[in-house]
Ligand binder design. Structure first.
Ligand code: NAG
Ligand code: NAG
Ligand code: NAG
Length: 706
């Protein structure tokens, strides 16, 4: 509607003008037109001199992606001067084709708006590149009457995509579990600098990331570095971490990725090839298996209680015959790969049969006093303890401690402590409950010496407790060793007693006769008279004959022993046999090389240390007893390890025929005891033929019964 309206107004204006011009003649009309035109041109010209050239549009800051076309605008009205563009203040030239710059040209036309001529002089840059990144200005030159003009400075910002990003750690990034690791991604030569982002499984990672831009020297490009610190877990193995680089020059970001090679020390499990509990002497094999490891190459070490087992470098440890020494030991396997070591521990529970702790703790008490017998044994599981009185099956107690509140005669004697672990052989040991009493001397009342030689007179006493002193007297006066010169006395501890040996150098006639030996302990004293009798030296032939005869007798005895032994071992279930069976579990570990004599020495040494240390375990004691077949002064010593019966001269133990003498002090005491008093009868029945009671015990007890 409005254009139509405008048109009709124009028409009316023209018709009005015509009406106004019509009365004028043709010539004057033309003259008038010419005049008007002249005025107009004059006006126009005078106005052109007066009107300044000016920018209608000035160039703006512009960004252009490399390779694209950029146009910087410059529109000028009333242009009279020459126009040209400058780039970083360097003039590009007036020619619109800009011949010095093949990719540059000025474009745009000219329009007339009213009286003004408006010209476009846009600068078109094709295939933009980094050298075009500059400040541009559109300038119009001055004339005589007209000032030159300059546009704003416009910045052409050339955008360059970065190079394809690259993960500097490589396509496969080795990271170790539990150790922070940096992954670096670099996207160089961006303009502006590329933004680096990290992604995993499509998720953008935003924690622990750093980035840095490094402008290039002599260049407007920028290198971008992105770093991500990762704390990988085993589950990240094989996952891809993606690095994306992006700036305004790009529609889609560049992307690259690396695969995580998550390394971790071995994951180990440990087991044995036994499904039940371990028992002593089992062959066990302990396995360590790798559940997972990266890298897979594993080296192995084994430790026992933290100490390296040298030479064990496989993934199994064999213990061919495990001993109780392994009980509660910690076995460790350690698997290592280049990134770490893992240990697995196992505390072994080794079941083993009972074993007594320490020596038997024999006890001596006064009657009517309380007494406590102890018997400690180890074993796994802990052994049960049964106390019986020797020769009886009636249990007296079942804890390691046997308490007797008030000791009576009937309580004295030999107790047997039996330790039992289910599934293993039980073991037993004897523990004596003795009564404190005055000493009892039991040496031979007749002892012999040869004139001119050295002599030894022995005084042996059973005494619980130990004697305080032993005094030798001659003619009612104690022997003065210091002044006599030729006399000396040596004391030696014996089980439940002590022996004193009076030594006489170079015996002469006067030395024969009676010697008084007094033995005193806390409970009293005993005195014995010993007759030292001269022994005639037999002539040489008799000696030789005696020696030969002795050898023959010895040979016969040995032969008898061997035969007897054969016969005995053929018999099963003999007392001796059952004892050795009983002790087989512990015997295994004992040295069989012990000869009876060294064991005897041991026995004495033990005893010498302490009354209570006299060893009477079934598994280690020497059974010494009186030979049942005769009253000679020999004891049979039974070594439970060799099953050999050895006859020894009793003088090594107690010496003397103290049992059969009738005219000395001691005989009164021994006599009745042997015929049926408490200990002997029980010993006899119990030890049967093959086991006699320890002589010291029976005699001690005998003494106390007097
Ligand atoms: C990871 O890079 C950051 C930034 O450069 C640094 O602070 C850190 O110490 C690096 N960490 C490791 C484990 O290299
Ligand atoms: C355990 O493994 C060892 C070695 O292979 C083998 O001698 C032993 O008999 C195994 N023990 C058991 C209970 O399988
Ligand atoms: C032995 O001792 C008793 C009592 O002490 C005494 O009567 C006797 O005379 C002594 N005999 C000798 C030989 O000393």
């Amino acid at each position: 509607m409005i254009p139509g309206l405008t048109g009709s107004i124009l028409q009316t204006k023209v018709s009005k003008m015509s009406a106004w011009l019509l009365p004028v003649d043709r010539h004057s009309f033309l003259q008038t037109v010419q005049h008007i035109l002249y005025i107009c041109v004059t006006l126009l010209l005078s106005e052109g001199v007066m009107a300044q050239q000016r920018f209608i549009i000035e160039p703006q800051d512009t960004s252009a992606i490399e390779g694209s076309t950029a146009i910087l605008k410059c529109k000028v009205a009333n242009m009279v001067g020459g126009l040209q563009w400058t780039r970083d203040n360097f003039a590009l030239g007036m020619d619109r084709n800009l011949p010095g710059f093949p990719r540059y040209q000025m474009i745009g036309g000219q329009t007339q708006v009213g009286s003004e001529t408006i010209g476009e002089h846009n600068l078109k840059i094709t295939e933009v590149n980094l050298e075009d990144d500059a400040e541009y200005q559109c300038q119009v030159g001055a004339t005589e009457n007209v000032q030159g003009i300059r546009s704003h400075t416009a910045k052409l910002n050339v955008l360059l995509p970065p190079d394809r990003p690259r993960i500097e750690n490589g396509m496969r990034v080795a990271v170790v579990v539990g150790r922070l690791a940096n992954i670096t991604c670099r996207a160089n030569n961006g303009k502006p600098s590329a933004t680096i982002t990290w992604h995993m499984d499509g998720q953008r990672l935003t924690e622990m990331i750093y980035s840095r831009s490094i402008p290039k020297v002599n260049d407007k490009r920028v290198d971008s570095v992105g770093i991500i610190t990762i704390n990988a877990t085993k589950d990240d193995e094989g996952r891809r971490i993606e690095c994306k680089a992006e700036n305004e020059a790009m529609v889609l970001p560049f992307s690259t990725f690396a695969t995580l090679d998550v390394q971790y020390p071995p994951y180990i499990t440990m087991m044995t090839n036994l499904s039940r509990t371990i028992r002593e002497y089992d062959y066990i094999r302990i396995f360590c298996r790798v559940e997972a490891a990266n890298p897979r190459g594993i080296t192995w070490r084994w430790l026992r209680n933290g100490r390296i087992l040298h030479g064990e470098t496989r993934d199994v440890l064999d213990i061919p015959s495990i001993s109780r020494a392994y009980h509660q030991n910690t076995i460790t396997c350690e698997g290592s790969n280049p990134v770490g070591s893992t240990r697995k521990n196992k505390e072994l529970n080794v079941e083993f049969g009972p074993l007594f702790v320490g020596d038997p703790q024999h006890t001596a008490v006064n009657l009517n006093q309380p007494a406590t017998l102890r018997c400690d044994a180890t074993g796994n599981p802990p052994p049960s303890i049964i106390w019986t009185k020797k020769g009886s099956l009636h249990p007296q107690g079942s804890s390691p401690e046997l308490r007797i509140p008030k000791v009576g005669e009937g309580n004295l004697g030999v107790y047997v402590c039996t330790a039992n672990v289910l599934g293993f052989n039980s073991i037993s040991r004897e523990i004596y409950l003795l009564q404190n009493a005055p000493p009892t001397i039991m040496s031979e009342v007749k002892q012999y010496a040869v004139t001119g030689e050295n002599a030894e007179v022995e005084c042996m006493a059973m005494s619980v407790p130990k004697p305080d002193k032993i005094i030798w007297m001659r003619d009612g006066i104690p022997i003065n060793y210091a002044t006599s010169g030729r006399f000396s006395a040596m004391e030696e501890d014996l089980p439940y007693g002590r022996k004193s040996t009076l030594q006489i150098i170079n015996v002469n006639e006067e030395d024969f006769g009676d010697y008084n030996c007094s033995v005193i302990n806390n409970y009293g004293k005993d005195v014995a008279v010993i007759h030292l009798i001269e022994k005639a030296v037999p002539p040489l032939p008799i000696i030789i004959g005696g020696a030969v005869g002795g050898l023959a007798v010895l040979f016969i005895i040995i032969l008898a022993c061997v035969l007897y032994h054969r016969y005995k071992s053929a018999e099963t279930g003999s007392v001796l046999g059952s004892y050795t069976d009983t002790d087989s579990s512990t015997d295994k570990k004992r040295e069989k090389s012990d000869s009876p004599s060294t064991l005897m020495d041991q026995w004495r040494q033990d005893y010498n240390k302490d009354l209570n240390r006299y060893s009477a375990d079934y598994d280690e004691v020497l059974y010494a007893g009186k030979d049942p077949k005769g009253n000679n002064n020999q004891y049979r010593v039974i070594d439970p390890f060799s099953n050999e019966n050895v006859y020894r001269d009793t003088s090594q133990i107690f010496g003397g025929e103290y049992t059969s003498q009738s005219d000395d002090v001691g005989s009164d005491r021994y006599g009745p005891a042997y015929s049926g008093q408490y200990p002997l009868s029980s010993f006899r029945g119990d030890y049967a033929d093959s086991r006699l009671p320890p002589a010291c015990l029976s005699t001690t007890k005998l003494a106390t019964n007097v």
